[in-house]
Design a protein around this ligand. Sequence first.
Ligand code: NAP
Length: 292
Amino acid sequence: MAITRVGFIGLGIMGAPMAANLIEAGFEVTVWNRSPSRTEPLVKAGAKRAESPAAVAAACEVTLSCVTNSGDVEEVAIGPEGVIHGAAAGSVYIDCSTISPETARRVAEQLARKNVAMLDAPVSGGDIGAKAGTLAIMVGGDAAVFERCRPVFEALGKTVVHVGPSGAGQVVKLCNQIAGGLNLLAAAEAIQLARRSNIDPAKMLEVVSAGAAGSWMLSNLAPKAISGDYAPGFMVDLMQKDLRLVLDAANETHTPLPGTALVSQLFQSIQAEGRGTDGTQAIVDAIEKLTR
Ligand SMILES: NC(=O)c1ccc[n+]([C@@H]2O[C@H](COP(=O)([O-])OP(=O)(O)OC[C@H]3O[C@@H](n4cnc5c(N)ncnc54)[C@H](OP(=O)(O)O)[C@@H]3O)[C@@H](O)[C@H]2O)c1
């Protein structure tokens, strides 16, 4: 049966535009956010407001969340007012936050005892991709449940791939953060050499972005960095949360990740300046500081 009633928990930088795209796609959307004021634009756009994550789940066939970290997902999914207390047997919970694969598996196991399926479905593409509905979505969990939820994913993203069982989506997201972090470092070093060689970094970016070294980071974040725009699409504090998850997974699997460790230390120097809420393009300043 086609899915019509979809819920969304966590209306932050990512969640709000994702929920808006579900409304736009024609789903009946119910929303909840810890700070209630963030529900207002969605309610204006046609969503219903629920009083708790449990109430969202009770109203919906599929409930999504996009909150911050592992503990936050535990709270909204299996906490005292969590999804687990409202979701009907046969319904689906999809978490789009970036959290530890182990937490995703544990929450999925608890929900399964109530016959509620969970997909871990972290996303990539930033606030820009969330608004445009062009996110890349990496999904772990039961393949048949994934297929049933495909129309929901198609309202949110352009590239949606089932990558394996429960937790696998989160592992792939950690791979994504390795590549994203190192791409940012590459952009920062390229900008710094251009500046110190008296070459306009904007011209450098224009041509380098179009060649073999092009990347999303180079096209979208490097121009912000050179114009001094540090407003977050993705905050340094959140990146560090993800890189900690990556390095934990590296320790567990004895996988040396020297580049990721370096990127994390450079972000630490930005946090040490009290700039954890800046966007990740601030890594450019971490490299610039080395030449002061
Ligand atoms: N921003 C990006 O570019 C990006 C890209 C890909 C993936 N992600 C991931 O997506 C997730 C959300 O990121 P974001 O940038 O949207 O962050 P954000 O703007 O800080 O939003 C976080 C949202 O989670 C809610 N929240 C946090 N802890 C909660 C808790 N314990 N209980 C209930 N609600 C809670 C917040 O509610 P309040 O409004 O009450 O604070 C807010 O709605 C993170 O896991 C992040 O790593 C982000």
